[in-house]
Write a protein that binds this ligand. Structure first.
Ligand SMILES: Cc1cc2nc3c(=O)[nH]c(=O)nc-3n(C[C@H](O)[C@H](O)[C@H](O)COP(=O)(O)O)c2cc1C
Length: 233
């Protein structure tokens, strides 16, 4: 039923509860957001530290936010002890990171790289993931991934305050300077110039709330609506 302002009103008999976010613990707020903002794409982020050590970890607070110039964002939480996660520290130090796309066959390996390994351990070796060299940045990507976005840091925005007094998260914005695409996924224009990616040939994995994930087995299309023409009088 549409109200005067065009809003859909709750049918009578259906009640709703307001969760006032000021009353929720950070853990509860996390649970609510990650259950409702779904499915989230997963950025499998590789970085290299100042010491040359490689790091690889997944992040689902991740989105593309601008096409001109191509830009993505990641939100990386600080650890409870007030230190940055290795990924964030490396991005702030080197200003470069690579995002490998996670498809279904890579999901388990991706998840294993999210473990808190002891300091000094490289997830590449610990989980046994093959890397391929970066093309425009000195950061490797996951060799088996269908595509990787090579990024340079443009902004790092701290947000909120954790128990330790450190930021709750730092949101990093990265300019995508190159996209490395497996040859069978490349789309070319009539002159043979590579100009895109065949999304129908990728089986991406998305993250839902808790430990749930989703694939895109069932797809359907919806054309964008046109502005309705005025009804003839
Ligand atoms: C699918 C998935 C998504 C995740 N998304 C995030 C995220 O958006 N932000 C975050 O701070 N941690 C996220 N994590 C947890 C990190 O991957 C985890 O803390 C990891 O140990 C960080 O590694 P690092 O210290 O090597 O950077 C996620 C874990 C998984 C499995």
């Amino acid at each position: 039923m549409a109200g005067d302002g065009g809003f859909v009103l709750l049918p009578s008999g259906v009640s709703a509860t307001v969760l006032d976010t000021a009353e929720l613990s950070p853990r509860e707020a996390y649970g609510v957001l990650t259950s409702l903002v779904v499915p989230r794409p997963i950025a499998w982020v590789s970085t290299v530290g100042r010491d040359g050590r490689g790091n690889l970890a997944p992040f689902s607070y991740f989105q593309a936010v601008c096409s001109r110039p191509p830009t993505v964002m990641l939100s990386i939480a600080w650890r409870p002890d007030g230190t940055p996660k290795d990924t964030l520290r490396n991005i702030l130090d080197t200003e470069a990171f690579s995002i490998s796309v996670v498809d279904a066959p890579l999901a388990e390996s991706m998840n294993r790289t999210s473990a808190e390994f002891p300091p000094g351990t490289s997830e590449w070796e610990a989980v046994g993931i093959a890397s391929a060299p970066g093309s425009r940045i000195p950061v490797p990507r996951v060799a088996e991934a269908g595509a990787a976005l090579e990024c340079r840091l443009v902004h790092a925005v701290p947000m909120g305050t954790g128990r330790s007094g450190a930021p709750s998260v730092t949101v990093v914005f990265g300019r995508v300077v190159a996209v490395v695409v497996r040859d069978d996924l490349v789309v070319r224009d009539t002159s043979g110039r590579p100009c895109g990616v065949d999304g129908k040939r990728i089986a991406p994995v998305g993250r839902l709330g808790g430990t749930a994930y989703v694939t895109t087995d069932h797809r359907f299309d919806l054309s964008r609506p046109k502005v309705p023409e005025e009804e003839p009088a």
